[in-house]
Design a protein around this ligand. Structure first.
Ligand SMILES: NC(=O)c1ccc[n+]([C@@H]2O[C@H](COP(=O)([O-])OP(=O)(O)OC[C@H]3O[C@@H](n4cnc5c(N)ncnc54)[C@H](OP(=O)(O)O)[C@@H]3O)[C@@H](O)[C@H]2O)c1
Length: 323
């Protein structure tokens, strides 16, 4: 009897998580669900469109009522009110996904914001703000949704940046993107072997709402006297709309996310830049740091040693990807 009651409890109470209803796509295959944070604009919206038009059901996180309504009207998309800095909203999103009965195959930690202030003189609140979204965001979201991914042998990715390799001025943003590089590798080590794949996408500069909202915040903060802008910075921020309009749409970033959600052997890192110059700048910056690390210390590699390590790593990655 006790065994029967326990079985009944597990079946009724835990059913949505452990025994998800199978929702079928148009072609009859089970439809996998993916959560995308920051789906209201730019890269997050492109990823939502790409996944929804390629057989996935997308839980699209957004914050404003008009965005939620717009996303909900899209085919294969259910919007979720989700500010990644608000734990109650994350908890409610977990319940929502559970109630939908599809389980969850993927998480795309896309929500992100840019920094506006100097490391030397800016307010600490900018650090809290940027890290709250860009670093604590993926950390909180993954923690909340990993039980679903464990269940589905699913995949989680974070939209990092080439700024995770190239440190720039007003560097809180770079700091946050460097942080998610380490976060990705450490999380992968931690959960390695349990079937969940962890990756990171590193876009270069693409058209989105990012630079425009960053500029609006910077100009408003300067007008309030919270930060100081040089004349050159002010001109740069004021011209951002014009520059943004000339940038490439982030379709290739969305293609990378589709690949990592569908490939048999997804990569750990997907760098996607609009041109050769940005890709090579990121690779050179990473190599410069490596050369500085090696230089002038008692246990350094000589040139041949460095080349041998490089050859080993190249062999390792082509074995991983089956090249
Ligand atoms: N565009 C680029 O060139 C570029 C390059 C490298 C990396 N990235 C990265 O790509 C990601 C997406 O940025 P984007 O370029 O597409 O910029 P975007 O158009 O400004 O989109 C940012 C998204 O993040 C959301 N967001 C901001 N704070 C949030 C919070 N607290 N909780 C939940 N969502 C929040 C925004 O929602 P609201 O609309 O409600 O504000 C928006 O949906 C970011 O992680 C960014 O660092 C972008």
């Amino acid at each position: 009897m006790i065994r029967f009651l326990m079985l009944a409890f597990v079946t009724v109470v835990c059913a949505p998580t452990f025994f998800p209803l199978v929702v079928l796509a148009d072609d009859g295959a089970a439809q996998k669900a993916v959560l995308v944070t920051g789906a209201s604009s730019g890269i997050g919206l492109k990823i939502t469109e790409k996944l929804a038009s390629n057989g996935f059901h997308v839980y699209a996180g957004a914050r404003k009522a008009a965005d939620l309504e717009r996303l909900d009207a899209m085919e294969n998309v259910s919007s979720i009110r989700l500010d990644v800095t608000v734990q109650e909203e994350i908890d409610a999103a977990v319940e929502f996904v559970k109630d939908q009965g599809r389980g969850l195959f993927g998480v795309v930690n896309n929500a992100g914001v840019g920094s506006i202030s100097s490391l030397a003189t800016g307010p600490e609140s900018d650090m809290d703000f940027i890290f709250g979204v860009n670093v604590y965001g993926p950390y909180r979201i993954n923690k909340a949704f990993l039980p679903f991914l464990d269940e589905s042998d699913g995949r989680t990715t974070t939209i990092g940046s080439v700024s995770g390799f190239i440190a720039r001025k007003a560097g809180i943003y770079s700091m946050s993107k460097f942080a998610v590089e380490a976060y990705t590798d450490s999380l992968a080590l931690e959960i390695d072997g349990n079937g969940v794949h962890v990756s990171i996408v590193e876009p270069g500069t693409f058209k989105s709402g990012f630079a425009v909202s960053q500029a609006a915040r910077a100009l408003a903060a300067a007008d309030k006297g919270d930060i100081e802008l040089t004349a050159e910075e002010r001109t740069r921020y004021e011209g951002v709309r014009v520059r943004n309009a000339t940038r490439k749409e982030p379709d290739e970033v969305a293609d990378a996310v589709l690949d990592l959600m569908t490939a048999e052997n997804p990569k750990r890192r997907y760098m996607v830049t609009p041109n050769e110059r940005q890709a090579q700048a990121a690779i050179t910056a990473a190599m410069r740091r490596l050369v500085q690390l090696n230089h002038d210390q008692p246990y350094n590699y000589d040139r041949e040693g460095l080349i041998a390590v490089l050859d080993e790593l190249l062999a390792e990655i082509s074995n991983d990807t089956g090249d």
